[in-house]
Design a protein around this ligand. Structure first.
Ligand code: NAP
Length: 349
């Protein structure tokens, strides 16, 4: 709700010893931020947490100079101090960004936490093999689009699940999935079965609920599931643990088919897999094997509206808010964004 947010203005702070001041270029909006609020990790009055791509304005940290681009956690603000003990140095994967490798916005998307989440769940946990059928829910979203393309690169038949027809078409024709089924259709379960004639070997779960129930009867013996998220349950006021309900719903299928179910927390993949992921994903993007779609909203004041859209399926691709001017943007993208195109960058698609 808009009334849950307050707009506050204050002076831009000066960096102290061991700190730098950065201006926010992109703010990442992610479903987990909703959980931050609900769990009480964030209290009313706090600046909303958020991962960001920023540019250094003033630095008292030797490794960073004015003009550098960085991944950090400025939260929902136009400027932030980094190195104050509550931002990047305690966070998941601080790093300096090189615009020559990929657009810097990807540091909070396909080349950031979302891509690593997909890599951990799909490549590391589910280990896709040629000829297998992999199904990915929320397939047009930040994590889903990456997970499905990784399975495709490994030679799987890949079936996406998404909402609107426009999203399904993008998943099929833009991202190269073999099929995409709409969970909005009354015949969803039958459509999914028709798209998976050999059953399902891998299911990458982002959604839960009715979508999960459609997947269960199609699971093959010794299939693998990554339980990445359950976005359909995030507004659920049922006090029972959503994960428990999910496991209970699936139990008889899991037992009968010897299904391996993996929980997923992206932080567990940072130490062992981040370097490998960054190298592989940068190569896939460079070689045109992986495409991605960003849904870029203009201006920090639109963040609450964009966040609501994300939770209701009103986004289309990885959701970002462009907070400050990105000096690395090429002329074509700049013109599209200046014209109010909220569908942002769609490189190669
Ligand atoms: P996203 O997919 O870009 O956006 C969310 C999408 O979920 C919406 O676009 C919508 O797509 C779909 N959705 C929303 N409500 C739905 C419902 N009731 N039924 C079916 N689909 C619904 O978001 P994301 O950032 O990539 O995150 C995807 C999932 O990964 C989330 O569950 C998130 O919590 C999880 N995640 C987990 C980790 C981890 O460490 N485990 C890390 C990152 C993200 P359609 O319009 O196509 O339905």
């Amino acid at each position: 709700m808009d009334e849950d947010f307050t707009w506050r203005e204050s002076d831009v702070p000066a960096p102290g010893p061991g700190q730098m001041l950065t201006r926010t270029l992109y703010l990442s909006l992610d479903p987990y931020q909703w959980g931050y609020r609900r769990s009480g990790m964030e209290r009313p009055g706090d600046v909303c947490h958020g991962r960001t791509v920023s540019q250094v304005i003033e630095s008292r940290i030797p490794e960073y100079a004015p003009g550098d681009f960085v991944f950090n956690t400025n939260g929902w603000q136009t400027h932030g101090l980094t190195g104050d003990g509550v931002s990047i140095f305690r966070y998941m994967f601080p790093r300096k960004l090189d615009p020559a490798i990929a657009p810097i916005s990807t540091a909070v998307g396909i080349l950031g936490m979302l891509g690593l989440t997909a890599y951990g769940g799909m490549v590391v946990q589910c280990q896709p093999k040629p000829g297998e059928t992999a199904v990915v829910s929320a397939a047009s979203g930040g994590v889903g689009q990456a997970a499905g393309q990784m399975a495709r690169i490994r030679g799987c038949r890949v079936v996406g699940i998404a909402g609107r027809a426009e999203k399904c078409a993008f998943v099929r024709d833009g991202l190269g999935f073999d099929a995409c089924v709409s969970h909005l259709s009354e015949s969803f379960a039958d459509d999914l079965a028709a798209a998976c004639p050999d059953g399902i070997d891998i299911y990458f779960e982002n959604v839960g609920g009715r979508v999960f129930e459609g997947v269960l009867p199609l699971l093959n013996r010794r299939s693998r599931i990554t339980l990445c998220g359950m976005i359909s349950q995030y507004g659920n006021t049922d006090r029972r643990d959503a994960g428990e309900v999910w496991r209970e719903t699936g139990k008889r299928y899991f037992d009968r088919q010897e299904v391996a179910v993996h929980g997923l927390a992206v932080r567990n993949f940072v130490e062992d897999y981040q370097d490998r992921f960054l190298a592989e994903m940068s190569g896939w993007i460079r070689d045109g094997l992986v495409k991605y779609r960003e849904d870029v909203w203009q201006g920090l004041e639109r963040a609450p509206e964009a966040f609501r859209a994300l939770l209701a399926g009103g986004n289309f691709g990885k959701t970002l808010v462009a907070v400050g001017d990105d000096p690395t943007l090429d002329a074509e993208l700049r013109a599209r964004r200046d014209a109010g195109d909220t569908l942002g960058a769609v490189p190669g698609v």
